[in-house]
Design a protein around this ligand. Structure first.
Ligand SMILES: [Zn+2]
Length: 208
């Protein structure tokens, strides 16, 4: 079990440029002692609402699902956290051009199959569309969007632009969509600014 450390999520924390990256960013200190920043299915629901994966009604529905069956909700969150760790390893490998572990990709494929259960192809007014059942449990729908985003990133994304923030103790991952491809920080307001302040202090010290 990962240690839980509460975090007050805000829209400005969704810096990944992809829902699966934002999901991976709900845990940190992967290399040493991973810390979870969601704390369970209800924390996941709150985060998913802020991340734009669920609306208010969905969040309420998910809270109801948790209340109706806390054990199933705990199981769901354990599974989701296991996928989160696998996605982190896959993305970290992809970012450095390494080969991802087969069992992590197998786990992602399991989730794909699970997500696909609720979706089908339909032809409506002559146009083919993928339609996904709205009656699927809210947590499954949120996870479907995360799994879709992971697939889209791996198949269509610019993996050469996949980065981890260089800030101390940060590691948040993002897709660098800057023109010059030199984005180093999750956000200029947090890690980028800290770096600037440190550089400034160092310079002042050297002058003194
Ligand atoms: Zn950062």
């Amino acid at each position: 079990m990962m240690k839980f450390s509460p975090y007050d999520w805000a829209e400005t924390d969704m810096i990944g440029g992809n829902a699966a990256l934002d999901f991976v960013n709900t845990a940190s200190r992967w290399a040493t002692e991973p810390v979870d920043r969601l704390g369970g299915a209800e924390g996941f629901a709150k985060w998913a609402r802020i991340a734009g994966l669920l609306d208010d009604d969905d969040q309420a529905a998910l809270a109801q699902e948790v209340a109706n069956d806390p054990k199933a909700a705990a199981r769901f969150f354990d599974d989701a956290a296991t996928l989160r760790a696998a996605l982190h390893r896959i993305f970290a490998a992809a970012a450095s051009g390494a080969t991802a572990e087969a069992r992590d990709i197998a786990l992602l494929n399991n989730w794909r199959a699970r997500a696909a259960r609720h979706c089908e192809i339909r032809q409506e007014d002559g146009v083919f569309r993928r339609r996904c059942a709205e009656e699927a449990p809210a947590h499954e729908r949120a996870m479907r969007l995360i799994v879709d985003a992971a697939e889209d990133l791996l198949l269509n994304g610019r993996l050469d632009r996949l980065r981890a923030c260089g800030g101390d103790d940060c590691e948040w991952m993002f897709l660098d969509q800057s023109k010059n491809g030199k984005r180093r920080w999750c956000s200029m307001a947090t890690c980028g600014n800290e770096h600037k302040v440190r550089k400034f202090r160092k310079r002042k010290k050297q002058v003194a």
